[in-house]
Design a protein around this ligand. Structure first.
Ligand code: MTE
Ligand code: MO
Length: 160
């Protein structure tokens, strides 16, 4: 039986994707990308973990859409809650800007509609409520953590 993929994407606030060009992803724009599906485990430092099936737009497609600089080393993923994480491009390649988890729109049971997920990264780096993705070339002498914001400066999308 043919598998039906739900094309309906609910994103109330457009997401900025910044490379050498800037793309604003609203629901209509997101709908033009192929939807990819991936199983990714979220592993918290506290020891709790779970695996879900995530659906969304592949990071490679976003990289192309925003014409990311050729020397890109990291993606800076920033959330509406102020959280910001620098992901090495090698990890980001397998990542998704997810809009659904286990077949359900993220917004149907969370205060956020999108989430960056990728295999083999700490759960703390699976950023909820993505506001902006920037493709950055960070100099090897520079510290990527300098670009991050993991301390709360707003209400956090963290259950506990
Ligand atoms: N925007 C945002 N994303 C976030 C966090 C957060 O506080 N804000 N917490 C992170 C941490 S520490 C973990 S372990 C996971 C928890 O994801 P879960 O609620 O799906 O278990 O989300 C991550 N993503
Ligand atoms: Mo965590």
């Amino acid at each position: 039986m043919a598998e039906s993929v739900d094309r309906d994407i609910d994103v109330p606030v457009p997401i900025r994707v910044v490379g050498t060009e800037e793309v604003h992803l609203d629901a209509e724009m997101l709908g033009r990308f192929p939807v990819e599906r991936r199983s990714v485990e979220v592993v918290c430092a506290t020891g709790s973990r779970y695996t879900s099936t995530w659906e969304g737009i592949g990071i490679v497609d976003l990289l192309e859409a925003a014409s990311a600089p050729e020397n890109t080393t990291h993606l800076l993923v920033e959330s509406r809650d102020g959280y910001r994480i620098a992901i090495p491009l090698v990890d980001g390649f397998d990542g998704l800007l997810a809009v659904r988890k286990d077949g359900q729109p993220l917004g149907s049971s969370n205060p956020y509609h999108t989430r960056f997920v990728a295999p083999d990264i700490d759960g703390a780096r699976d950023v909820k409520g993505v506001r902006e993705i920037t493709f950055l070339a960070i100099d090897p002498t520079d510290d990527p953590e300098r670009y991050e914001q993991v301390e709360p400066d707003d209400d956090r999308f963290e259950a506990a």
